[in-house]
Design a protein around this ligand. Sequence first.
Ligand code: GRG
Length: 307
Amino acid sequence: MPGASLSEYLSARRAQVDEALVRVLPVAPACPPGLHEAMRYSLDAGGKRLRPILTLAAAEAIAGSTASAVQAIAAALPAACAIELIHTYSLIHDDLPAMDDDSLRRGRPTNHVVHGEGMAILAGDGLLTEAFALLAAEPRDPALAARKIRTIHLVTVAAGACGMVGGQAIDLLAVGAGASFTEQSLQDMHARKTGALIRAAAVAGAIMAGGTDDAIDAVGQFGRHLGLAFQIIDDILDVEGDTQALGKTAGKDAKAGKPTYPSIYGLAASRTLAAERHESALAALQAVGLHQSRLADIASWVITRNN
Ligand code: GRG
C-alpha cells in the first residue's frame, strides 16, 4: 500500500482482518448458535487489531516488492486471524469474575455480563481452539507447510504456560504485591502476559513470508521490545486515560494494588522506559534494513496511542 498514510494503512488492514475473521469462525449448524454468538460478540466489538496487523506488516516487510507482498500477506493471513482469536479469548477470560472481574471491554459490557459466565468461558475456549484449527489447516501451497509448523510451535509457546497464560498466573498471584514487586519480576510478567503474543504476531508474519533466520530473529527482537513498550503505555493509560476512550475501566490496576510500571517507577520514568523500548525496537529493524517498513510506523502508533 505505497503512499497510504498510516491511518489509511491501518484501516485497510483492519478491514482485511475483520473480513477474514468472519469467514474463519464456524457457524451454525456446525457450531451451536449460542456459542457462535458469544464468540462473535467479543470479536465484533472491534479491538485495534494490533496483533494481526503486525503479522501482516511483518510479512509485507520481509516480502519487499508489491507483487510478492500480496502473496506474503495471503500466506500470513490465517496466522494473523488465529492470533486475534487467541487475543480475544484472553480478554474474555481476563474479564471473568475469577480473574479481573471487569464489566467493560472494547467499549461494550464484557462477554460474561451479556452471555453469562459459563458461555463466556466456552466462548474463550472455542476461540482458542479454533485458532489452532486455523493455524494447522492444510495450506493451498504445500511449500508453506514447513513454515506453518514453525508458526504453530511459535504461537503455542507464546500463548501457553510459559508465555501468556504463565504471565497471567504471575499477575494473579501478584495482586496486592504493589511496590514490593521487583523491577525484574514486573518485566518478566509483562514479557510473558502481553509481550509474548505481540512478539509472536510479528515473528509469525516473518516466518510465513519466508524470511531468513537473521530477518526472523530481528523481527523477534523488534516484537520483544514493542511488546514491552505496549505494556508500559498500557499501564500509563490505566493511570492517565479515561474509561470512554480506553473502552475498558481506567484506574483498575491501582485500585487492585497491582504492580505496574507507574507504581514501581513513577509516570515520568515509565515514559522514558517506553521511549527506550521504542528506540530498541527500531534499532532491531535497522540492523536488517527493515526500518523503512510499516513495522516502524506501527511502533510509533503503539507509543502514541490513547486507547
Ligand atoms: C486460561 C482462565 C484463563 C485465563 C487466561 C491469558 C489470559 C487469561 C489473560 C492474559 C492476557 C491479558 C488480558 C493481557 C493484557 C494485555 C492487554 C494490554 C490487552 C489489551 O490489548 P489491546 O489494547 O486490546 O490490544 P484490543 O481490545 O485493542 O484488542
